[in-house]
Design a protein around this ligand. Structure first.
Ligand SMILES: Cc1ncc(COP(=O)(O)O)c(C=O)c1O
Length: 379
């Protein structure tokens, strides 16, 4: 048999799989495993969003739509960006994609040439590196400060003529940290001084607690070199709808559009009507979910700190990032096997020695999980 694609063979399978497969197997065997490894809100999609989608289905919005997205959604996103993210971009600078993940993939394909270097700030979410690799680029990892989870001038040492893009994710999955103005300005200055593109993944922008979310594209001339990625999965509890978007300079959008046209064609037509309702409807649902996540965040962080664990600044998203002494894979396995609590080892995010706990689960389950972790004793 002929050899399969070397490019795809080189992509590592997700390091989170081993533990999550084991957790699922235990659950199938009837063991009461509490999963704190989930990366999605546990809330249902708000009623008015579902209704808008059902109405769209009933009036026959079941056919192909413009590849970049329905005009109502493109203009809704453009208005939202001006109002909330403080930079301007017309509807022609927006593309609606099948989840934010698709926007990340298309953005990498649109910008990178073989061998182009892309800086990923670690700890980092699992899909940036494979997307860079699939696009033919080369990943350069740079660790944020392990105490503050912010950036400093050391980032400059990674820059060379091959550096094409820097990926920023604030609020961060997995750390929950939110970049301050200084970190964002540093990225902006570097990009501007060295003619580098940026990808700013702002999928958790609505889940920020006691800190301000800053959009990279709002700094200086960054809107001219930034692909801002966002979506509906986390803010509106719409993970299964597969709706994300990118806002970028028109040349980049045209390139992304080609990738989209020749692969998925478009995001699902009637789902996009739900997203219009999400953006234009009452935003109280977002605040209600944020308030509940905040309550759980405070509880989980204070419990972990009381047990003696050091935690990363939990300022956004719905993750607690916990420092452990010892091998994080072994500790996560022990928590699962002996405590029946499923968590994600930091190694999956290039951060050995840490463990990610998702608090996107009920308070009742969180209380039980904290009890189980406490009873495991030693750290
Ligand atoms: C940082 C980050 N970016 C992007 C995504 C992808 O989101 P979507 O469901 O919209 O594809 C996720 C999902 O876990 C994420 O954590």
């Amino acid at each position: 048999m002929r050899q399969l694609s070397e490019k795809i063979a080189a992509v590592a399978p997700s390091a989170t799989m081993a533990i999550s497969d084991k957790a699922k197997k235990m659950q199938r065997e009837g063991i009461d495993v509490i999963s704190l490894s989930i990366g999605e809100p546990d809330f249902d999609t708000p009623r008015h969003i579902k209704d808008a989608c059902i109405d769209a289905l009933n009036r026959g919005e079941t056919h192909y739509a413009p590849s970049n997205g329905i005009p109502e959604l493109l203009s809704g996103i453009s208005e939202k960006i001006t109002k909330e993210n403080h930079f301007t971009s017309g509807p022609e600078q927006v593309i609606v994609t099948c989840g934010a993940k698709d926007a990340i993939y298309e953005g990498m394909e649109a910008v990178l040439n073989p061998g182009d270097e892309t800086i990923i700030l670690t700890p980092a979410w699992v899909s940036y590196e494979p997307c860079v690799q699939i696009a033919g680029g080369k990943v350069v990892k740079h660790a944020v400060n392990s105490k503050t989870f912010q950036l400093d001038d050391l980032l400059l040492e990674r820059i060379n003529p091959k550096t094409k893009m820097i990926v920023v994710n604030s609020p961060s999955n997995p750390s929950g940290a939110v970049f301050n103005q200084k970190s964002m300005k540093l990225v902006a200055d570097i990009c501007q001084d060295h003619d580098i593109f940026a990808m700013s993944d702002e999928i958790y922008e609505k889940l920020v607690y006691a800190k301000e979310h800053i959009s990279l594209a709002a700094i200086g001339d960054m809107a001219q070199r930034t692909i801002t990625v966002n979506g509906f999965s986390k803010s509106y509890a719409m993970t299964g709808w597969r709706l994300g978007y990118a806002v970028a300079p028109i040349d980049i959008i045209r390139q992304m559009s080609k990738v989209q046209q020749h692969s998925v064609s478009q995001a699902t037509t009637f789902a996009m009507w739900g997203a219009v309702a999400a953006l234009k409807g009452d935003q109280r649902c977002v605040e209600e979910m944020r308030t509940e996540f905040d309550r759980r965040r405070k509880y989980v962080i204070s419990e972990l700190n009381l047990m003696g664990y050091e935690t990363a600044p939990a300022e956004g998203a719905f993750y607690a990032f916990v420092k452990v002494s010892g091998d994080d894979m072994e500790i996560a396995t022990r928590w699962l096997e002996q405590g029946q609590v499923a968590v994600t080892p930091g190694s999956a995010f290039y951060a050995p020695g840490w463990i990610r706990l998702s608090y996107a689960t009920s308070m009742e389950k969180l209380k039980e999980a904290m009890q189980r972790i406490r009873s495991l004793g030693s750290r």
